[in-house]
Design a protein around this ligand. Structure first.
Ligand SMILES: N[C@@H](CCC(=O)N[C@@H](CS)C(=O)NCC(=O)O)C(=O)O
Length: 207
């Protein structure tokens, strides 16, 4: 019987990060997913009653508590499994994993803003914003390409999941960028991430 309700959508990279943990931790029987729509211009009042920011993922616990955002939900899920290994306990490995999570999440934030700007009618688009977004994404991918050895050397965990989900979002929503050609090592790393059963089970549909 599931006791946790996740407000979910198939293309959200933050929801996917949470769902990767659900699968990696063997928690699928405990979580039921409810398709929840969030549109910036049309506040979802039912979700607002749980989360005033009207964002997904939002996780409802059995006692009625609503948890957000994805960072908090992921740590909560990890706390449910006594022998979980997705968060290094302490020291430099922990800060590295949390830093990678921040980079993956920040990359998603940047990509989402970039997409909104790109989808505006041409006369309303801010070119400076588009250029700044492209620059941030390129710098992030370059940094990840430089850190591939460190990523491969670290125990698989929250940082890898956040980065994998960000690259998955990039691949689906910005297919035209063909970033894999510019960052072949990172593309290979991403392919290995997508081949994990948890990644496969949570893969976004092509947009
Ligand atoms: N920092 C949040 C970001 C969540 C987020 O931006 N979710 C998007 C969907 S991908 C959303 O709900 N957008 C609606 C809005 O911002 O109004 C997290 O980690 O959960």
């Amino acid at each position: 019987m599931s006791d946790l309700v996740l407000h979910w959508s198939p293309l959200s990279p933050f929801v996917r990060k949470v769902m990767c943990l659900v699968h990696e931790l063997g928690l699928t029987p405990r979580v039921s997913c409810v398709r929840t729509r969030v549109a910036r211009q049309e506040p979802n009042l039912a979700l607002m009653a749980l989360n005033p920011l009207i964002r997904i993922p939002t996780l409802e616990l059995a006692d009625g508590t609503a948890l957000y955002d994805s960072v908090v939900i992921c740590e909560y899920l990890d706390s449910l499994v006594s022998d979980a290994t997705l968060y290094p306990a302490a020291g430099p490995a922990r800060w590295q994993a949390l830093r990678w999570q921040a980079l993956g999440d920040g990359l998603c934030d940047t990509l989402i803003l970039w997409r909104h700007e790109r989808d505006r009618p041409p006369e309303q688009r801010q070119e400076a914003m588009l250029r700044a977004s492209a620059l941030k994404v390129e710098a992030s991918l370059a940094l990840l390409e430089r850190e591939l050895e460190a990523l491969d050397g670290a125990a698989f965990g929250i940082g890898h999941i956040a980065i994998g989900c960000a690259l998955g979002y990039l691949a689906v929503r910005f297919a035209d960028l063909n970033w894999q050609a510019d960052w072949p090592g990172l593309a290979q790393w991403h392919a290995a991430f997508e081949s994990r059963p948890a990644s496969h089970a949570t893969a976004p549909p092509s947009a």
